[in-house]
Design a binder for this molecule. Structure first.
Ligand SMILES: Nc1ncnc2c1ncn2[C@@H]1O[C@H](COP(=O)(O)OP(=O)(O)O)[C@@H](O)[C@H]1O
Ligand SMILES: [Mg+2]
Length: 587
């Protein structure tokens, strides 16, 4: 009873996504119940046929065949309607669930992506939800159909001979007990296999992403071992759950066979003492045998229901347990670009030292500030605070005098353009990638591509700006992708620009082309530039040197170089590139 209650509660959590299809569901239920209720009519037709049909003349010859045709006509129509309505119900629920999940992926707090791998999210959203919904609704329908068939048949049996029927009733608790034990185990095993499948998918995903590194470091054997370990675990889980589900069928069938034998013997003994008709005995045994089907189905229905429910629940957990990003009310068409970090602190884990530690920094509108520092100094973390990709653990960040927590996210992010070393392109045309999130103005796209020094490359493409870049624009070179990202930033025309090692992945040749494009982009904007080469730093009005999450030095290149501190040391370690050294030594 407790499990039933819990089960209903779990089902009712799904209802918000499925209630839009309630018309279809009612129709499916109605049709299913109609089909079930016609079941006892088959043995019921046998009774008069046997008792009177073969005594010639007692009723017209055509009555039985005509009723039989009518009966199967009704059943067929009801069955068809049920299937159709069920498909419509299932798919409308699936649509709602998927949309809600994707919506969540788009609005969730960004730490979701640190906790879940992309393959886990893809798997849950695309495949599991579909399989889960299909399995669950079919199983639920079968539950309804078989329960009603069972009720109708048992009712008919009671009507024929209630004493014999009592024996059948005694078997229900036994069947229920077996079902309960096995389905609990099956549920646990299903959850465990899903987790194992995710891990396995993750290994494949990683190896696809890092295929070059794996080969370069000859890590194949190690990766194979990892994969094999997980596959073995999955295999053993899958066998265990097969054992559990395979045990269910024979066990319930044995119970059914036991009942059947008892009933037949009892009926035979009874028929000696009182004069039951042949017709009613045949009708009883037929109805009795017809019980085996629904009982068998009902004993098996627990497994797909638990499996389907578990799959959908994982998706629902994503929707319900994942928090959305928080935001405020403040909004502005165009910020002036006045930025202040006030005691900003970011702590990723309680053990690790803060990535950004009580940092204070004020940047005036239009200023270009360069952030330099060793790798791991906290530069990326600091700039990621601005678009709220990361939130401060303590302290605050202000834009135009308003705490960014109080900005509307949409408005805040409109103020910021970012070019980082990881350029991500979406599968679509160049024009769509450049104008991402805005309407495509072809003229403006062309201008931005030109400013990004990409016009010649675009002219060489067969379809110009309508060329599809493909999956993450892998066929473009690093420099081309980087300049495409710059064109995207130009198109956005935001007052604040963040350049996070935008040129670090490039060779000198393409860097020069990108450099020119970047200078155009930085003009008249508040710019935060993280650079590991002095050519970019040189344009900054101020250089901020970071170490261990703190600012250790601030000043111009000449000042800092003469001071002989952190900056001078970084500079000597090779912050510069060889061919710009001359220019910097003679400013
Ligand atoms: N998502 C993250 N989770 C945990 N630690 C992180 C995360 N991102 C950065 N860190 C840590 O924060 C510190 C600063 O990193 P980062 O800002 O990327 O440095 P930089 O850009 O200066 O090289 C590093 O010690 C890094 O390990
Ligand atoms: Mg970085």
């Amino acid at each position: 009873m407790k499990t039933l209650l819990e089960f209903t509660k779990r089902l009712s959590r799904l209802w918000p996504y499925f209630h839009s299809g309630k018309g279809a569901m009612s129709l499916a239920l109605l049709a299913t119940v109609t089909a079930s209720l016609t079941e006892p009519l088959v043995p019921a037709l046998l009774k008069p046929l046997l008792d009177q049909g073969f005594n010639r003349g007692s009723f017209s010859i055509w009555v039985v065949p005509a009723s039989l045709l009518l009966l199967f006509g009704v059943r067929g129509l009801a069955g068809f309607t049920a299937q159709y309505a069920l498909a419509s119900f299932t798919n409308s629920g699936l649509l709602n669930l998927r949309q809600a999940m994707f919506q969540k992926v788009l609005s969730a707090k960004l730490n979701l992506f640190a906790q879940q791998s992309s393959s886990t999210l893809t798997n849950t959203l695309v495949y599991e939800i579909f399989n889960g919904t299909a399995i669950l609704t079919h199983a639920m329908m079968s539950l309804v159909r078989d329960s009603f068939t069972l009720i109708a048949l048992v009712g008919y049996l009671c009507f024929l001979n209630w004493k014999l029927t009592l024996i059948v009733a005694c078997l229900f608790p036994a069947v229920a007990f077996v079902m309960h034990i096995l389905s609990t185990r099956l549920y646990r095993l299903t959850k465990a296999s899903q987790a194992a499948t995710d891990k396995l998918a993750y290994v494949v995903e990683e190896n696809v992403l890092a295929h070059r590194d794996v080969r370069l470091h000859s890590a194949q054997v190690e990766q194979l071992k990892r994969f094999r370990g997980l596959s073995e675990a999955l295999r053993s889980l899958s066998i265990k759950s097969s054992v559990a589900s395979a045990a269910m069928t024979p066990m319930t069938q044995m119970l059914a066979a036991l009942a059947l034998s008892a009933v037949i013997s009892m009926a035979l003994i009874q028929s000696e003492s009182n004069n039951n008709s042949v017709g009613s005995f045949v009708a009883f045994v037929t109805a009795m045998l017809m019980l085996v089907g629904p009982i068998k189905h009902l004993s098996e229905v627990a497994s797909p229901i638990t499996r389907g429910l578990a799959a959908i629940e994982r998706g629902m957990e994503l929707i319900e347990l994942t928090e959305n990003e928080t935001q405020g009310e403040f909004s502005k068409i165009r910020a002036t670009g006045h930025i202040r970090f006030i005691n900003a602190t970011v702590n990723f884990g309680s053990e690790a030292p803060p990535a950004v530690n009580k940092l204070n920094l004020e940047i005036s509108p239009g200023e270009t500030v360069a952030l330099v520092g060793a790798s791991g100094a906290g530069k990326t973390t600091l700039v990621n605070l601005l678009p709220r990709f990361i939130d401060t653990t303590s302290g605050s960040v202000e834009l135009d005098g308003c705490d960014i927590q109080n900005w509307k996210l949409d408005s805040l992010r409109k103020q910021i353009a970012i070019v980082s070393q990881h350029v991500v392109m979406l599968n679509g045309s160049i024009a769509l990638n450049v104008s991402l999130g805005q309407t495509v103005n072809r003229q403006k796209v062309m201008e931005c591509l030109q400013s990004a020094n990409l016009d010649q490359f675009i002219a060489s493409l067969p379809n110009g700006i309508d060329t599809e870049v493909g999956h993450n624009a892998m066929q473009l070179s690093g420099g081309q992708r980087q300049r495409l990202a710059i064109a995207r930033a130009l198109y956005k025309d935001a007052p604040i620009l963040i350049l996070d090692e935008a040129t670090s992945a490039l060779d000198t040749e393409s860097e020069r082309a990108v450099q020119v494009a970047l200078e155009r982009l930085m003009k008249d904007r508040t710019t935060l530039v993280i650079a590991h080469r002095l050519s970019t730093v040189h344009h900054a009005s101020r250089i901020v040197v970071m170490d261990g999450g703190r600012i250790v030095e601030v000043g111009s290149h000449a000042e800092l170089f003469d001071k002989g501190g952190h900056y001078a040391r970084l500079y000597k370690l090779g912050l510069h590139e060889p061919d710009t050294t001359a220019a910097i030594n003679h400013p």
